[in-house]
Design a protein around this ligand. Structure first.
Ligand SMILES: C[S@@+](CC[C@H](N)C(=O)[O-])C[C@H]1O[C@@H](n2cnc3c(N)ncnc32)[C@H](O)[C@@H]1O
Length: 218
């Protein structure tokens, strides 16, 4: 994510960390501090890699209802309107109010505050057709917490719904706010999803894997 020692200082809770980072960096808080280009430039790279892959994985359109995608850890909603444009509707969920305040209101997009990262997601059972993350789960420390969040993704997905994760993969040790994991670690945390890697890209020197799985229909 960033090894920049001049970045925001490490705080006790992950949410405190992102809150502090939002106050110091504003809209740049959601991209690696190792990026030198503009947020728009980075976002354009992320769009190019992620959106066609995501569109290809979505369940087919149902004429009776819009498809709904959860953008978990949506930050400033950098990609949430794109997800809504592809799916029909998007719900961005984010624990840091300071980041949500920077999100532009957009048709088809709803933002919800996550009031406790240890509690349930603010979504009903089976509410979404797809769950998307872009560089979020590295911020969840501990295998137990990751598996619990995976359980929440299972709960909020419809049977057959898609889980789509773009997360940094590396064997380097964790830094204060970020845990580097392997694709196998993500598979172990969400065995029900049968994740497979569909792409990999470089994000300011970090390898990011794009992993896709499904909630079983049975
Ligand atoms: C690197 S930023 C990425 C934001 C957004 N996905 C993007 O690509 O612009 C990581 C985001 O994850 C959020 N986050 C951290 N822990 C979280 C958790 N347990 N559940 C949901 N979001 C979390 C942070 O507040 C932050 O907005």
């Amino acid at each position: 994510m960033s090894r920049d020692p001049s970045g925001p200082k490490m705080l006790d809770s992950a949410v405190d960390y992102w809150q502090q980072r939002a106050k110091e960096l504003g809209a740049r808080a959601v991209i690696s501090t190792d990026h030198v280009g503009s947020v728009d430039g980075v976002t354009s790279q992320h769009r190019q890699v992620l959106l066609p892959q995501f569109a290809a994985q979505l369940p087919p359109v149902d004429a009776n209802r819009p498809r709904v995608v959860l953008d978990l850890g949506c930050g400033t909603g950098r990609l949430t309107p794109d997800l809504a444009a592809i799916a029909g509707r998007a719900i961005g969920v984010e624990p840091v109010q300071e980041l949500l305040q920077l999100a532009e209101p957009t048709a088809g997009v709803e933002y919800r505050l996550l009031t406790s990262v240890d509690g349930p997601l603010p979504l009903a059972d089976g509410e979404v057709d797809a769950a998307f993350t872009c560089l979020v789960l590295g911020g969840v420390a501990g295998a137990g917490a990751l598996a619990a969040l995976g359980g929440e993704l299972h709960r909020v997905l419809r049977p057959g719904g898609v889980v789509f994760l773009a997360e940094s993969v590396s064997d380097q040790p964790a830094i204060g706010h970020w845990t580097f994991r392997s694709v196998d670690d993500y598979r172990d945390a969400m065995p029900w999803a049968q994740l497979r890697q569909v792409a990999q890209f470089d994000d300011a020197g970090d390898a990011v894997s794009v992993m896709v799985g499904r909630r079983p229909t049975g």
